[in-house]
Design a protein. Structure first.
Length: 390
């Protein structure tokens, strides 16, 4: 079977990219798999991709409209100026596509129309909407949601309700989001709960773990690292041996650095940048903290639990409550409750017995999300959809 994934930018390191690469790597042994990237930000992908998976780029552009080979800060592409005009197409409601670029739209639509058989899987609202309105009906079209319905603007949700019934199926990451989509779409489209999957983890070797709390994600408001730093300031006052390491990059780095300096936490809270081996970093840490204001089903949460880390997490919409059983494999704290987050971190710091017990339970939970398990569910869905629809 031909399986075609369509990604915003396959050359980054975000959770959507990781989960799509994991799916493609798991399915390429029995299917012809291709990943088409709308945009390009590097010469090669940052994440490991099985050589049997083809990676193609539709535009050779960065998402700011410049050629990826342009010197940073420059832009030699004249047609980028069309982005000053509002995008009249429905997918323009997605924040990634709020600027109009007819060249990019045309390339994506041509790719969707060119498919003759198999399955096309799109991976964010803008691409799902383009597939719904313009995709070839000769193929099975599946839209993935890697966030949650409530996180989108009212106007984007309106477009989703108008268009998603044209797809053959929509997959969502959590049970809560499945209920939200059912309420919005009824039975007009097949809705499937299919969580993210992580590569199988080898047994976690017994080793001494450092007094480190780890967090990871894009340095952006959504991930709530400002709330985490505020919470950790009080934790550090009581537990000065412990450090907080935050992995990731993004536009909020300057703001977070200022917060660290203002609280005199330099050298204690460390912005570690991107890591190509988060698993090794998690193996050194003792606790994982998720401080997001909103999520889908965080890949990094599953990866940390797979490394045997107990979790302290905000019970944000959505995702953490699907995975974290409070008091069993981690601690759930009310969303954006800074004092509660600090108390959760302090509890696991002071109780090494809880840390060990919850870490073992976290590893067992993560095993339920390993790709052989999730890939089998994808195979079942694909086998059901293809003959039924075509």
């Amino acid at each position: 079977m031909n399986i075609r994934y369509l990604l915003h930018n396959a050359y980054g390191v975000g959770g959507t990219i990781r989960t799509v690469f994991n799916q493609a790597n798991a399915l390429c042994g029995t299917h012809d798999v291709e990943i088409a990237s709308v945009y390009r930000s590097a010469a090669e992908p940052a994440l490991p991709l099985d050589p049997r998976v083809r990676l193609v780029c539709l535009t050779e552009l960065r998402d700011n409209g410049s050629r990826w080979t342009d010197t940073p800060g420059s832009n030699t592409r004249f047609s980028r100026k069309t982005r000053y005009f509002r995008n009249p197409l429905p997918h323009g409601r997605d924040f990634r596509y709020k600027l109009f670029d007819p060249f990019v739209d045309l390339r994506v639509i041509r790719y969707l129309r060119a498919q003759r058989d198999g399955v096309v899987i799109t991976t964010r609202p803008a691409l799902n909407l383009l597939s719904a309105w313009f995709g070839s009906r000769r193929v099975v079209r599946i839209g993935q949601d890697h966030m949650n319905l409530a996180a989108y603007s009212v106007r984007l949700r309106r477009e989703i309700v108008r268009a998603y019934h044209r797809l053959d199926a929509v997959t969502v990451l959590t049970r809560a989001d499945l209920a939200s989509y059912r309420e919005a779409l009824g039975d007009r489209v097949r809705l499937v709960h299919l969580p993210n999957g992580i590569p199988p983890r080898p047994p976690v070797p017994h080793q001494e773990r450092a007094p480190i709390l780890a967090a990871a994600g894009r340095l952006a408001r959504q991930k709530g690292f400002d709330l985490l730093i505020e919470a950790f300031a009080s934790v550090h006052a009581a537990h000065p041996r412990w450090q907080l390491h935050i992995f990731g990059e993004g536009k909020a780095r300057r703001k977070l650095t200022a917060m660290i300096d203002e609280r005199d936490l330099g050298g204690v809270v460390r912005l570690r940048g991107l890591s190509r081996d988060l698993e090794a970093e998690f193996a050194k840490a003792s606790i994982f903290v998720l401080s997001s204001r909103k999520e889908g089903l965080p890949m990094v949460l599953l990866e940390a639990m797979g490394s045997g880390l107990p979790v302290v997490s905000f019970d944000c919409p959505t995702g953490p409550a699907d995975v974290v059983a409070d008091g069993v494999n981690g601690l759930l704290v009310p969303a954006e409750d800074v004092a509660g987050l600090a108390a959760g971190m302090s509890r696991l710091i002071t109780d090494c017995g809880d840390r060990e017990r919850m870490g073992k339970a976290a590893r067992a939970t993560a095993a339920e999300y390993e790709m052989p398990v999730i890939a089998a569910r994808w195979e079942e869905l694909l086998a059901d959809l293809v003959p039924a629809s075509r």
